[in-house]
Design a protein around this ligand. Structure first.
Ligand SMILES: Nc1ncnc2c1ncn2[C@@H]1O[C@H](COP(=O)(O)OP(=O)(O)OP(=O)(O)O)[C@@H](O)[C@H]1O
Length: 278
């Protein structure tokens, strides 16, 4: 079903702090992801996974397990401590994206990636019109044709079920669910092959959450875009993801087809997550 991965991540690590003789040793005793001696936080440790074209990969884990740090690293909001990443659409997957110049990183981010944050204030300018928020990403991706940008923005607003006659309104006028829809429209506006979604339904009412999840599924089906979906909620992952990675204390503890993980979880932490769904 799948060909060569569209994204490969190899041994990505992100630590906050320099580390010390105690925690740099293999098998060092950490308090979860934290060194009690030098206070370094190992937010992501040796993370490796592949993302295939057209699939949704779920990343699930409790608060503090490193999910957001991983997403921020993939979107270059955070600089990785070490590790490699290869995008098939960037130099045919032969260049490590994490060692590119700032200019190249901006290009990758603007054209090959879209990001939807849990907090819409991180993804949108709340005082600007929704249409200019969407156009901003198109401009960053090199688009200069105003008519094209306007028609693409209308098309996307329609796709995410925001009435086009509200396009001039700023996101601050909108409900939480609508703000997430504008973020999704913006993230899609440069037609990126990969969409990153970080806890996009957390904090929304259940019915609004269901509508946003439905929208994500529809977009994935219609646009065949690859997605990485992060959530602490296995129910969200169960609804969206083809394959799932389970994180704990900055590390991957289990991965596989979502159905398989739900039916036969191996790690005690995953078992606990699955049983909590029942
Ligand atoms: N700027 C920072 N400086 C120091 N530690 C940080 C920083 N950002 C994150 N951390 C730590 O990294 C670890 C992973 O945090 P992260 O936010 O990635 O977890 P998470 O799984 O996304 O949880 P949540 O959903 O609650 O944000 C946590 O221990 C957190 O305290």
């Amino acid at each position: 079903m799948f060909d060569k991965p569209i994204l490969q991540i190899k041994n990505l690590s992100k630590q906050y702090g320099k580390g010390c003789l105690h925690c740099q040793n293999d098998g060092a005793q950490l308090e979860r992801n934290f060194c009690p001696v030098c206070k370094t936080v190992y937010a992501c440790k040796d993370i490796s996974f592949d993302l295939h074209r057209g699939e949704i990969l779920g990343i699930v884990g409790e608060s503090g397990s490193g999910k957001s740090t991983l997403m921020k690293s993939l979107y270059f909001d955070e600089e990785v401590t070490s590790g490699e990443g290869y995008l098939i659409d960037y130099h045919e997957g032969k260049e490590n994206i994490f060692s590119q110049s700032g200019q190249q990183l901006r290009w990758i981010r603007n054209t090959l990636l879209g990001m939807v944050y849990q907090n819409p204030m991180l993804g949108l300018k709340m005082d600007f019109s929704s249409i200019s928020n969407i156009a901003e990403k198109q401009i960053a991706a090199g688009n200069r044709n105003v008519d094209n940008m306007v028609s693409r923005s209308y098309e996307l607003l329609d796709k995410v079920n925001i009435p086009v006659d509200r396009s001039k309104e700023p996101p601050k006028n909108f409900s939480g669910g609508m703000q997430q829809r504008v973020q999704i429209a913006k993230a899609l506006s440069s037609n990126p092959p990969i969409l990153l979604l970080d806890e996009v339904t957390t904090g929304l009412d259940l019915s609004v959450q269901a509508a946003v999840l439905d929208l994500i599924k529809t977009i994935q089906r219609e646009m065949q875009i690859s997605m990485i979906v992060v959530s602490h909620d296995l129910a969200v992952i169960r609804m969206l993801a083809d394959r799932t990675v389970v994180m704990l204390n900055g590390q991957i503890i289990e991965e596989g087809l979502t159905d398989q993980i739900l039916e036969d979880p191996n790690h005690p932490y995953t078992q606990q997550l699955v049983y909590s769904l029942l």
